[in-house]
Write a protein that binds this ligand. Structure first.
Ligand SMILES: Cc1cc2nc3c(=O)[nH]c(=O)nc-3n(C[C@H](O)[C@H](O)[C@H](O)COP(=O)(O)O)c2cc1C
Length: 323
């Protein structure tokens, strides 16, 4: 079984992935949040430090792109391949209306001819670089994938990750595993399932139902509970281990952020995102997070983080009433 960390813009960036991997080592693969084409044809957000080899070594990292241009996809894939990353993932799921309107992200699900032309140019102009896609079921309807999967089937796409919701649902509401089941029958490529895997039990249920699917992805569940991938893989953490590991996770993250952003103002924004999800799991955490919402200078932050780690509130990373 292969377990991947989902791309979550602003959260699962290179520093988070680095700290997670060097603390827990429980994810098999990491997807970067998507890059887009900036005004001058550059990558947005700026490519560095995302592919910095020092921050990615020993990890399986797949960069993701949201584009509707075959040329841009090819160019970006080649840029990343030059940095040692031999797979690129095409985003066909982002539900932001601005993106959908511009025929990007989930917007591509409505444009089978465009998808065909992007895939044709990619496979005509690259070799040795894998292309995978991450998609939703549709924009408005959960059966819109039926126009897209047959096209994807005609190309040597390496893998199809499906988050079985429509773009209209954004990130809420029922995950439509019945429609995912239809995709397992229709799609010729290896599939990855993604959506609301928040506990080990969620994973076990899906694994039982979809015994032919051997690759799963979790995003928010792992952000809420960084022990989740380990639990899914059968590790049982004691409270003492959890405290030690979480301390290491935090310190690794803090150090790598500070090395790259020596100015506290910059570092602090990234530190806030680190705590956002783990502190939504219970009321105590939410109360603590409020203190962090306003700006803390470095000394205040040190006291705040020591308090929260030592008082045990954080150790309750198991998902409780966060939904
Ligand atoms: C704030 C936020 C940002 C996201 N950014 C991306 C992204 O950059 N690329 C992408 O493919 N999916 C993105 N997603 C979707 C997730 O990768 C994932 O498909 C979705 O959250 C469902 O999985 P989960 O329930 O395990 O979180 C984002 C989701 C959220 C909530």
């Amino acid at each position: 079984m292969k377990l991947s960390l989902a791309p979550i813009q602003s959260y699962t960036h290179v520093f988070y992935r680095y700290a997670h991997h060097h603390t827990f080592g429980t994810f098999d693969r990491f997807f970067t949040p998507f890059f887009e084409e900036g005004k001058n044809g550059d990558l947005e957000p700026k490519i560095f430090p995302e592919p910095n080899p020092d921050l990615n070594s020993g990890m399986d990292v797949v960069p993701q792109v949201a584009t509707n241009s075959g040329d841009f996809l090819i160019q970006t894939a080649k840029t990343f391949a030059g940095m040692g990353l031999d797979e690129i993932n095409l985003n066909m799921g982002c539900p932001f209306p601005m993106l959908v309107k511009r025929k990007k992200g989930a917007g591509l699900l409505k444009k089978p001819t465009l998808v065909k032309s992007i895939l044709t140019s990619f496979f005509n102009h690259t070799s040795g670089i894998k292309l995978s896609v991450k998609m939703r079921l549709g924009v408005e309807r959960p059966d819109e994938w039926k126009d897209i999967i047959p096209i994807i089937n005609d190309f040597p796409v390496s893998e199809v990750t499906v988050h079985p919701r429509t773009a209209k649902q954004k990130y809420k509401g029922e995950v439509n595993w019945a429609e995912f089941e239809n995709i397992t029958a229709a799609c010729k490529h290896p599939l990855t399932g993604n959506g609301n895997i928040n506990t080990k039990e969620d994973y076990l249920e899906l694994q039982k139902r979809f015994s032919t699917v051997s690759s799963w992805m979790t995003g928010r569940g792992a952000l809420h509970d960084p022990f989740l991938p380990g639990k899914i893989k059968g590790i049982v953490y004691t409270q003492e281990q959890k405290k030690l590991l979480f301390t290491k996770f935090h310190n690794t993250y803090l150090n790598i952020v500070k090395q790259n952003y020596p100015e506290w103002n910059h570092a602090f924004n990234l530190i806030r995102t680190f705590w956002h999800y783990p502190l939504q799991n219970n009321r105590n955490g939410q109360r603590f997070y409020k203190k962090l919402k306003k700006y803390l200078i470095e000394d205040e932050y040190s006291r705040w983080s020591q308090e929260i780690i030592s008082n045990g509130t954080l150790m309750n990373t198991d998902i409780t009433d966060n939904k």
